[in-house]
Design a protein around this ligand. Structure first.
Ligand code: NAG
Ligand code: NAG
Ligand code: NAG
Ligand code: NAG
Ligand code: NAG
Ligand code: NAG
Ligand code: NAG
Ligand code: NAG
Length: 657
């Protein structure tokens, strides 16, 4: 009995000592995204890091893609032996694998000739002009190598890459250190982290333990790991075919809160049982939240809008007006640091200032789209570059978490000289406001047709519905107006400018603000009067946008010149004029008069009437009379499908007879 206790104690002590020993190889920590800077951990895993051997058998992992989808093609890409790949994964050489099958690839790993890094050399011939050191290392090799190490080991400057060039891809691998050997580990496997991974999931998958993985990568348990980065997994025996071969596909929306793993630890195929992601997601979200708190306390007036003087919140706010469920953690006292921005970067491209200068021709005047937004061209792709002063982590954090085809995508950023440069997807057709203005000036050759207008309204409703009901956490855009609705090459709408957006928090039924900012004409009355912030704010503004689409009203202020009489002209808010149009006598004439003349009667009056009614509901003054965006979206989808069937030459249904 005594002996047994002693043995247990010794084992515990030994385990603790081994666990406590210092780390071996530094994790890349997302530094591989910053291609034009050398970091100590991006070159590769170091040879002289306590290892006894200069070469060994090691294992890489690779996820099959539509191009590299068999042992033969993957072996070719990774300079590995296809028959060994086939054997270890229990497939044949030429089996075509479903995409995203996680494969184990045995390779020889050795120190390169300068005795600096362990690596397995693969070679890759450039196939298209759009390939760069970054895309080859991140996308083709899935993070098995880094752009920094490729740049260091290839003679070509990144600007001089040409199709047909043969590049060395030093794939990251490592041999066990003497400490790992003593602990019984014989191999190191280079695993590629993907969405939803956690260290414990990885440990479970390879029957390893968490602490030795943390140790092997110089990580501590509260560090974050990022998708598309390699991590070393120490193994005691040769790995075998991975059971849950197909990893979960990347989520449609970026990381949500990590939930406690619900997978029963006794099953090895825990595929699909994890909701959310690992520590990375949590920290990201916390930083997002921190960004919000920061922004909440020091917001500046919107440069483009017309600030309205501060108003005090009412003493007894109406209770229970709105309530939402979100996955946001309780607010804690987090502070925003430059690190926060770094974590926020995630999968965004980090540009060098010189690249931006080159892409925008030194921010030349004729590349200026509007205000501080410039058109740029990067690797042949057009982009919009927005120059912003001060802290913009809130907008970055929001757009990073949002993934919707009707919301403008943020693709990269650059911080230089106190300014932040945000690089967005480019919308070829500019803003809706410009279109409406142009149709006034140039006549109908440049104006939007009925179907296009309905499509735009539908797209915006889709985006808002996503923001209010499906994003985690949900958001209120707060600054919806036609100049923030951009149109792509197909005239499909994309919502932009999230500088004022804020998340909907579950711990409060409603939110009040003392700083009422926005654009007159689009702001809901309860917001102007009381600073009340609810998603119905967006519904109101959306109603105004529909009215603009119908009437072709001037941009920005959403004010229509009231045509009463011949020469008398009076300015009136669109939201006020629509109820007069739809009420009382002669609705048909009044509606025809309200509609954009540049449509020149080429629209179905019944559908125009339905749309006007919908807009009228959206701009209702009592907040509870306004429909939720989900309802608006459903109605719009009906109007859209009827509009698509509508043919301008067909018989006109008159709703008023
Ligand atoms: C990074 O290191 C490589 C060689 O080690 C060198 O050629 C390259 O210029 C370095 N890049 C930078 C930005 O320092
Ligand atoms: C190996 O472990 C010992 C303690 O057991 C530690 O002092 C040493 O730094 C470790 N070596 C390496 C390379 O991690
Ligand atoms: C390998 O695959 C075959 C079918 O292709 C199956 O019968 C066999 O059990 C598998 N072996 C292992 C070890 O999974
Ligand atoms: C490693 O090299 C040895 C000797 O050159 C060779 O026999 C073995 O097949 C190689 N292993 C792999 C996985 O390529
Ligand atoms: C891999 O490539 C590097 C540089 O391209 C070279 O120094 C090294 O010797 C190569 N390693 C092997 C095993 O061929
Ligand atoms: C070889 O390594 C040494 C340091 O260990 C470094 O100073 C030298 O630049 C390296 N040479 C090459 C060709 O990478
Ligand atoms: C890196 O590659 C993955 C696919 O392997 C891709 O999903 C991801 O967007 C890439 N990251 C960047 C910054 O392009
Ligand atoms: C795990 O499985 C065991 C027995 O198979 C069961 O008793 C236990 O409730 C399961 N746990 C979870 C979290 O499902």
């Amino acid at each position: 009995m005594m002996n047994f206790v002693l043995v247990v104690l010794v084992v515990v002590v030994v385990v603790v000592v081994i666990d406590g020993c210092s780390g071996q190889q530094a994790y890349v920590n997302n530094k591989q995204l910053d291609c034009y800077k050398n970091y100590s951990n991006t070159g590769g895993y170091l040879c002289n890091n306590g290892a006894d051997v200069s070469s060994c058998l090691s294992y890489l992992t690779f996820r099959s893609t539509p191009i590299y989808n068999s042992a033969a093609t993957i072996g070719y890409l990774l300079s590995a032996d296809p028959s060994q790949i086939a054997q270890i994964n229990n497939i044949s050489d030429v089996d075509t694998l479903p995409s995203d099958t996680l494969l184990i690839v045995p390779t020889n790993c050795s120190c390169n000739n300068n005795n600096t890094y362990y690596q397995h050399n693969a070679s890759y011939v450039l196939k298209t002009t759009s390939e760069t050191y970054f895309t080859v290392s991140n996308n083709t090799y899935q993070g098995l190598t880094t752009c920094q190490s490729m740049m260091a080991q290839n003679p070509y400057n990144y600007r001089d890459l040409l199709v047909g060039m043969k590049l060395t891809a030093p794939l990251r691998c490592a041999c066990p250190t003497s400490n790992q050997t003593h602990a019984g580990f014989t191999y190191l496997l280079t695993y590629l982290v993907t969405w939803r991974d956690t260290i414990s999931l990885i440990a479970h998958r390879f029957r390893s333990d968490e602490s030795s993985i943390l140790d092997a990568n110089q990580l501590s348990s509260d560090d974050i790991v990022f998708p598309f980065t390699p991590i070393l997994v120490p193994l005691k025996t040769k790995p075998t075919k991975i059971d849950s071969a197909v990893s979960p596909p990347p989520p449609p929306t970026p990381p949500t809160l990590a939930t406690v793993p619900v997978g029963n630890q006794s099953t090895s195929s825990s595929k699909g049982v994890f909701i959310g992601v690992g520590v990375g997601g949590v920290v990201l979200l916390l930083f997002a939240l921190a960004g919000f708190l920061f922004w909440f306390f020091r917001r500046r007036p919107n440069r483009h809008g017309q600030p309205v003087p501060d108003t005090s919140p009412p003493t007894t706010p109406p209770k229970g007006a709105v309530s939402y469920t979100t996955a946001l953690p309780d607010s804690k006292s987090w502070s925003v640091s430059p690190e926060g921005v770094r974590y926020a970067v995630g999968s965004l491209t980090v540009y060098k200032y010189e690249e931006l200068e080159k892409g925008t021709a030194f921010f030349r005047e004729d590349n200026r789209i509007k205000g501080s937004v410039y058109m740029g061209s990067f690797k042949g792709d057009k982009a919009a570059v927005k120059v912003m002063k001060g802290n913009v982590s809130e907008e970055i954090n929001i757009l990073k978490q949002i993934n919707h085809s009707n919301i403008i995508r943020l693709s990269g950023l650059c911080v230089h000289d106190g300014n932040t440069y945000l690089v967005y997807e480019y919308a070829d057709n500019g803003s809706l406001a410009d279109w409406l203005l142009r149709s006034k000036k140039k006549g109908q050759s440049q104006s939007l047709g009925w179907k296009q207008r309905v499509q735009i309204a539908y797209d915006v409703a889709d985006a808002l519905n996503y923001l209010h009901n499906y994003a985690t956490p949900p958001y209120i855009h707060k600054n919806l107006k036609s100049s923030n609705i951009l149109l792509d090459g197909e005239l499909r709408a994309k919502l932009a400018n999230f500088g004022l957006a804020r998340s909907i928090r579950e711990d409060q039924d409603l939110q009040l603000t003392r700083h009422v900012v926005g654009t007159y004409g689009y702001m809901a009355p309860e917001y102007i009067d009381n600073g009340l912030v609810t998603p119905k704010l967006d519904v109101y503004a959306f109603g105004v946008v529909i009215l603009e689409l119908l009437s072709g009203s001037e941009t920005g202020n959403a004010i229509q010149k009231k045509r009463n009489g011949q020469d008398e002209e009076e300015e009136e808010l669109l939201s006020a004029s629509i109820s007069q149009v739809l009420g009382g006598e002669n609705v048909r004439e009044k509606l025809r008069g309200f509609m954009d003349p540049s449509l020149s009667n080429e629209y179905p009056l019944d559908l125009a009437y339905s749309l006007a009614q919908l807009a009228n509901k959206c701009v209702a003054h009592p907040i509870n009379s306004r429909p939720p965006i989900s309802e608006v979206f459903v109605i719009l989808s009906k109007i859209l499908s009827s509009s698509m069937d509508w043919d301008s030459s067909s018989y006109e249904v008159d709703p008023f007879t």
